[in-house]
Design a protein. Structure first.
Length: 609
């Protein structure tokens, strides 16, 4: 058991993220740090072993010319090599550039080109098939390092090597002379304000912007999260890493926060194996997004539908009493309290066992969690702490406390963070976690941050108890229930390039996937009607199965060039165009999303039915 005051003091003494890691590694030695499946079996890596691999990787990268301020991209699923590559890059004073595995080749071209990354670490052969074409479109030399595969590059100045080869190079004397400085120790000269990573996030116009975060920004998140976990009781923690490490949320809270505690990190295999991984690894903390809770809730409810009458009745009574206890501030009448105590042992204990039996809390972020969903798990004895953040805040801004959970809020601001509400209702934030700025975009930085205050683009209010409530989005950026950011304008522009699509609105905020309301191009639709001896009425065409097939094929053509999270899964056709007259367009002919959503709420809901 670690004295909280001792750990607080360590935070004050760590000048950088690598310094934090190597200090914890020296203290933890042979204790387990990482666990991951290899050939179907869990394999463990100790702190000492991992630190050795980080140093070897740093020397290997240095031999490739990577040094202070250089950018190194990582395109990989969550795995031990991701953490090792991340820390090795930072140990050199270089800057990590995480990339989503779901991105397209053109996305990688932009990310590598904009960041100036000339070393890219890639995990699987499938990802290499997307990354190599991107590297071939860049000017200048590029080195690709494969965790699992080393492809043929096809260009003399695009070199490739394997991860094991990189480690072997780094295991040898890096400079060739015994008295030469070890590049793996370059982190000793780093300070808190030095840049650590560039995490790309989509802008409202669709062009991804690189958020430049310092060591201090990420460490401020870890320090704030420490106060949260202290309310739960600090022990030998184990995190189950599931969200992409390319997301600021998992990068800060699922990786570096775990390292700051001296905790273990186990890497989940996949969403399909998540339930099994939970019972196998028995984590104490897990970060997740609302979409995961939606999936878990649906699975639990399906199981209950198959259960016998008595079991279903006990389950429903557990939900009823648990919800009532929450609404009544933790209090129940004497009879209800006895029933609730019994149900805790009969029902809730089994629910907790499904999640490993040691889980102190799920921490939810990345997208809004519906109060109903939070209450469902709360009633089952599974604590969900909903928070709020943005990549520009590394990302933590506020979070519910274990001692004061309000599912309709995103909790009070975290340690050292100030929140104010501007005259137009926008939430603005100031604190040690606010980004250094957008990479190579001073103008965008000046628009986003003024006098240290981050303009979040979200609308909300602060309750009397200090809890923050998000009421609306000032910007149009879609955040799915899986926590992915999608700029609808870019997709709409691509869709309307199809001749059969005249107007379109993409929707999917807080939803598991994207859908579209499509207004067919009138002239194209009427021409199709004439060729098929159709009466030609637009209302009838919108319901015609054959014409719907034509529109669906157009959408699929666009989908083929999009990342999976950007693809339109379902659509509805509208017979009436968006216009200024019906209030669905502004005078400058921009679509009024809130008006359209309100008018066609039933159709949008049906697309998720």
């Amino acid at each position: 058991m670690i004295d909280p005051d001792v750990l607080r003091a360590r935070f004050n003494g760590w000048p950088s993220l690598p310094a934090m890691f190597f200090d914890q590694a020296a203290r933890s030695g042979g204790a387990t740090l990482l666990q991951a499946k290899r050939d179907g079996q869990w394999r463990a890596w100790s702190w000492t072993e991992t630190a050795g691999r980080v140093r070897a990787a740093a020397r290997g990268l240095a031999a490739l010319g990577v040094g202070r301020g250089d950018r190194v991209a990582i395109v990989a699923e969550n795995r031990p090599e991701w953490l090792e590559a991340d820390l090795a890059t930072m140990a050199l004073g270089a800057i990590t550039v995480p990339a989503y595995t779901t991105s397209t080749t053109q996305d990688y071209v932009h990310l590598f080109g904009d960041s100036g990354a000339r070393v890219v670490l890639v995990s699987t052969p499938a990802l290499m098939r997307k990354v190599v074409p991107a590297a071939l479109q860049l000017a200048g030399p590029v080195t690709l390092i494969g965790f699992d595969a080393v492809p043929q590059a096809g260009r003399p100045d695009v070199s490739v090597l394997g991860w094991d080869e990189l480690l072997e190079r780094g295991a040898a004397d890096p400079a060739g002379t015994p008295d030469a400085a070890d590049p793996a120790e370059a982190w000793r000269d780093l300070g808190r304000d030095d840049p650590a990573c560039i995490i790309y996030t989509s802008g409202t116009g669709g062009a991804p912007k690189g958020v430049l975060l310092s060591h201090a920004n990420v460490m401020a998140n870890c320090r704030a999260a420490l106060e949260l976990i202290l309310e739960l009781g600090l022990e030998q923690e184990r995190f189950l890493s599931f969200l992409p490490l390319s997301h600021a949320y998992e990068h800060s809270c699922g990786q570096f926060f775990a390292l700051s505690l001296g905790a273990e990190i186990a890497y989940a295999e996949s969403v399909d194996r998540l339930a099994a991984n939970l019972t196998e690894m028995r984590p104490t903390i897990m970060t997740a997004v609302p979409r995961l809770y939606e999936v878990l809730q649906a699975r639990i409810q399906r199981d209950m539908q198959k259960a016998g009458r008595l079991r279903r009745a006990l389950f429903e009574k557990t939900l009823e009493l648990g919800s009532r206890r929450y609404r009544q501030g933790g209090r129940l009448g004497p009879l209800d309290a006895v029933q609730d105590w019994a149900l805790d042992r009969l029902v809730r204990s089994k629910a907790r066992a499904r999640f490993g039996g040691r889980l102190k809390a799920f921490v939810s972020g990345g997208a809004p969690l519906s109060p109903e969903l939070g209450l469902f798990f709360h009633a089952l004895g599974l604590r969900i702490l909903q928070g709020y953040g943005q990549t520009e805040a590394a990302p933590l801004i506020s979070v519910n406390r274990p001692s004061r959970i309000r599912h309709e809020t995103v909790g009070p601001p975290v340690l050292g963070t100030e929140i104010r509400i501007a005259e137009d209702g926008e939430i603005q934030v100031r604190g040690p976690q606010i980004m250094l700025g957008y990479w190579n975009d001073e103008a965008a930085t000046e628009r986003a941050v003024e006098d240290g205050w981050l303009r979040t683009g979200d609308i909300g209010r602060v309750e009397d108890d200090g809890s923050l409530v998000i009421t609306d989005r000032k910007k149009d950026l879609i955040v799915t229930s899986g926590g992915e950011n999608v700029a609808p304008q870019r997709l709409e522009n691509l869709l309307t390039l199809e001749p059969v699509i005249g107007q379109v609105m993409v929707s999917g905020d807080r939803r598991p996937y994207l859908v579209a309301l499509v207004v067919p191009d009138r002239e194209t639709a009427l021409a199709w009607a004439r060729r098929h001896d159709h009466p030609g009425d637009m209302a009838q065409l919108a319901d015609d199965a054959e014409f719907r097939k034509v529109v669906g094929e157009a959408i699929e053509r666009v989908n083929r060039g999009l990342a999976p999270l950007e693809r339109i899964r379902r659509f509805a056709m509208l017979p009436e165009p968006f216009s200024v007259e019906n209030g669905e367009l502004t005078p400058t002919l921009k679509i009024r999303r809130h008006v359209i959503r309100q008018r066609y709420m039933d159709r949008l809901d049906a697309l998720y039915g």
